[in-house]
Ligand binder design. Structure first.
Ligand code: NAD
Length: 303
């Protein structure tokens, strides 16, 4: 029986480290790092994420400012907001909360954020730096997962790692960071043939797909470390009965509330095979916010 890989606890450790470094910075007479969060529209999930980020800023001594903008904002108006934040010397990091309303060109907005303030690590210049293995702001989720694996004592060199999902936000940068740490990396995706067999080769399996309960216990190599990045809302009881067969408490909650959050991995099944598994919620989500705080500090240090 495996153990819970407690992402929340590791996130708290990363936040505590950031807090100490922020305090040292301000004690030395420098301004506290400051994160600007841009939220366009009224999407309730985005509002929750923004609240979490602002709260983490307060907890670590990082300053924050919110720019709440109407869903009707034009591309030019939003670009002007980004330009103003780029030019504001008090702002060290800029985060554009996604998704943006459909009429806006997301890539053009993200590319407009100054690379020096790009705390999400999405700018092509920072992506290029990651590709080259040089210093730069890196995407929060994979970099915080790397820190968790380090704190957990996972020896990555020579390890067989499989990353499921090839998004620019998680899958691709995760694969590059694991490669940099000398793991042997397979990047699997929706077109991969015989996904279960590919996953079964993994000493470290990172799932970032967005499909509830895709990864079954039988896909996992005994003793593997499993990191579940997926965050999925499940309302369908028939689906829940299938994927939560080994998680009676989750199934009961689904029956009671009509919805639950879960990852891409069948957590209850995975616990029976893996050596360690991150839960959802309470795993990679808090780590991502901790990674954002670290990036904001790094952005401030480069000023
Ligand atoms: P995305 O939709 O951009 O990419 C999904 C990837 O999964 C694609 O590369 C696709 O090829 C692959 N895929 C889709 N179906 C597949 C299948 N059946 N088998 C194998 N691969 C398949 O997603 P994303 O932005 O990387 O997010 C992935 C998940 O992680 C989502 O649930 C998202 O909510 C979550 N997420 C969580 C955090 C966090 O903080 N915990 C951060 C970012 C994303």
């Amino acid at each position: 029986m495996g153990a819970l890989l407690d992402g929340k606890a590791y996130a708290d450790r990363i936040l505590a480290e950031v807090k100490v470094e922020v305090a040292a910075r301000t004690a030395a007479g420098h301004a506290a790092p400051c994160l600007a969060v841009v939220l366009v529209g009224e999407d309730p999930a985005s509002a929750v994420y923004v609240r979490g980020k602002v709260k983490a800023c307060a907890e670590t001594g990082i300053g924050s400012l919110e720019r709440r903008l109407p869903a009707t904002i034009s591309q030019a108006e939003l670009e002007a907001v980004v330009d103003a934040l780029n030019a504001d010397a008090k702002v060290h990091g800029i985060l554009i909360q996604l998704p943006l309303p459909k009429h806006l060109d997301t890539k053009a907005i993200l590319d407009r954020v100054s690379p020096a303030k790009d705390v999400d690590g999405f700018h092509p210049l920072n992506q290029g730096r990651l590709f080259q293995g040089v210093k730069g702001l890196r995407p929060c989720t994979p970099s915080a997962v790397m820190r968790m694996l380090e704190l957990h004592g996972v020896a990555l060199s020579g390890l067989r790692a499989v990353v499921l999902g090839r998004s620019e936000i998680v899958g691709k940068p995760m694969a590059l960071m694991l490669l940099e740490a000398n793991a042997t990396v397979t990047l699997a995706h929706s077109q991969t043939k015989d996904l279960p067999a590919v996953c079964r080769e993994a000493d470290l399996l990172v799932a970032a797909v967005g499909r509830p309960g895709l990864v079954e216990g039988s896909w996992i190599k005994p003793g593997a470390v499993v990191v579940d990045v997926g965050i999925n809302r499940v309302e369908d009881l028939a689906l829940g009965e299938r994927i939560f067969a080994a998680e009676p408490a989750k199934l009961a909650k689904l029956r009671e509330k009509g919805h639950v959050l879960c990852g891409d991995v069948r957590f209850g099944e995975a616990l029976q095979v893996a050596s360690a598994v991150t839960p959802v919620p309470g795993g990679v989500g808090p780590l991502t916010i901790a990674g954002l705080m670290r990036n904001t500090l790094l952005a401030a240090e480069d000023h």
